[in-house]
Ligand binder design. Structure first.
Ligand SMILES: [Zn+2]
Length: 394
């Protein structure tokens, strides 16, 4: 959304999302929604700018969530709530969840599965400036096998030709990337996370079509066989990756494949008996191996981008900050977690030239926090100013 106000944020300590150094007593100029200057010291002439005194505060890039489902509300069984709803209502609810996410400081999300064009419309309305909200990078409807993982959100496709056709379809509908379901998962009855769904030929068809439009492919991939299939065809981002072993993680590192772990949702799934029984049972089995996998991925040096699966059962948007805490627990430093949530996440989404760091030319998506998140990531849950495209959100 365009802004009439140009800003100078002065006196703050800047964590720019790219570099390890925190630059104290700095200022940031924001003009027409973009960062135009970032320097140490005093800003000089401030005429024509609104000045925000950030002395004692910490400024970092707006946070990015690489895996959300905006159509779900994070209740115990969100799919059951939208199952019989019209798409117009689902889209309105998705907008509400997007706005809630933005207010928390998450200025960009990647939506990895929504029915038909619901979230694509929400993205378009925000992009046009009609309504404020986070930047949404949207997959539209996921491509899955008939009766496969979250088939109720997606376009069911069997065989390479149908996958090809539906990949072309979502791209024609305006998807920013393609989401495929390579294995079974937790939140669909009658399947196992370890089981293969799409074949290599099917995954390959999706990848080929995405490449023609210069788009990335993200795969829901829990089991090792499905993960290896994804790596063989060059899928760009592995979601969850629960049973990725050392060999798979090494390949990911060498190929530059991103891992989007989504740890918080798994812990939430086992936190309450209110979720559907089939999901609870499966979640209990995967939560341990999933965390061990993340620890190994950190040690090996796989590119890890923050993603939560927010919207899924018992995981409303505020669980973003739980995700950060779990990544830290798995061995990432506070700075590594911040990079995974800003510059690395932007690279995962292919928007690193626009967002994800504090440098001239980037959109002014910023958080102004009261205390140093490098001392305690949980402090980001507290009071903060959120700026999106140069407009103050809260
Ligand atoms: Zn998901």
């Amino acid at each position: 959304m365009p802004t009439d106000t140009n800003w100078i944020l002065k006196g703050g300590s800047i964590i720019d999302g790219l570099n390890d150094e925190v630059v104290e007593n700095s200022y940031i100029k924001v003009e027409n929604g973009r960062i135009t200057e970032v320097k140490e010291g005093e800003p000089g002439d401030t005429e024509g700018f609104e000045v925000i005194n950030c002395t004692g505060k910490y400024i970092l890039p707006g946070l990015i969530d690489c895996h959300v489902h905006l159509v779900w509300n994070g209740s115990a069984d969100p799919q059951s709530l939208i199952k019989n709803e019209e798409n117009d209502r689902i889209a309105l609810e998705a907008y509400k969840h997007a706005l809630d996410t933005l207010k928390l400081g998450v200025t960009t999300v990647r939506d990895l599965g929504s029915p038909d064009r619901t979230v694509l419309h929400v993205r378009n309305v925000i992009d046009s400036g009609l309504l404020s909200g986070p930047t949404i990078i949207a997959a539209g409807a996921p491509i899955c096998m008939t009766g496969g993982h979250v088939y109720y959100l997606g376009y069911e496709s069997d065989g390479p030709d149908e996958v090809r056709k539906n990949t072309r379809r979502v791209l024609k509908e305006g998807a920013d990337l393609v989401k495929v379901m390579a294995t079974g998962g937790i939140y669909t009855k009658g399947e196992e996370p370890g089981s293969v769904q799409f074949t290599i030929e099917e995954l390959s068809a999706a990848k080929e079509e995405a490449l023609k439009k210069n788009k990335k492919v993200s795969a829901h991939a829990d089991g090792i066989e499905g993960i290896m299939n994804c790596l063989e065809v060059g899928i760009d981002t592995i979601e969850h990756g629960i049973y990725a072993d050392c060999q798979a993680l090494e390949i990911m590192k060498n190929q530059g494949t991103f891992l989007v772990p989504t740890m918080a949702v798994m812990r939430q799934l086992i936190s309450s008996p209110d979720i559907p029984a089939y999901a609870l049972e499966k979640a209990k089995q995967v939560v341990g191996p999933h965390f061990s996998m993340l620890q190994e991925a950190v040690q090996i040096g796989v590119k890890i981008a923050t993603g939560t699966d927010c919207g899924s059962p018992l995981t409303p948007p505020r669980y973003y900050y739980d995700e950060l805490a779990i990544m830290h627990e798995a061995g990432m430093s506070e700075m590594e977690v911040i990079k995974a949530s800003t510059s690395v996440a932007a690279e995962c989404l292919g928007i690193e030239d626009q967002r994800g760091s504090i440098s001239p030319g980037k959109f002014a998506d910023l958080l102004i926090a009261d205390s140093n998140p490098l001392n305690d990531l949980n402090s980001l849950r507290g009071d903060k100013l959120v700026m999106k495209n140069g407009v103050l959100v809260s």
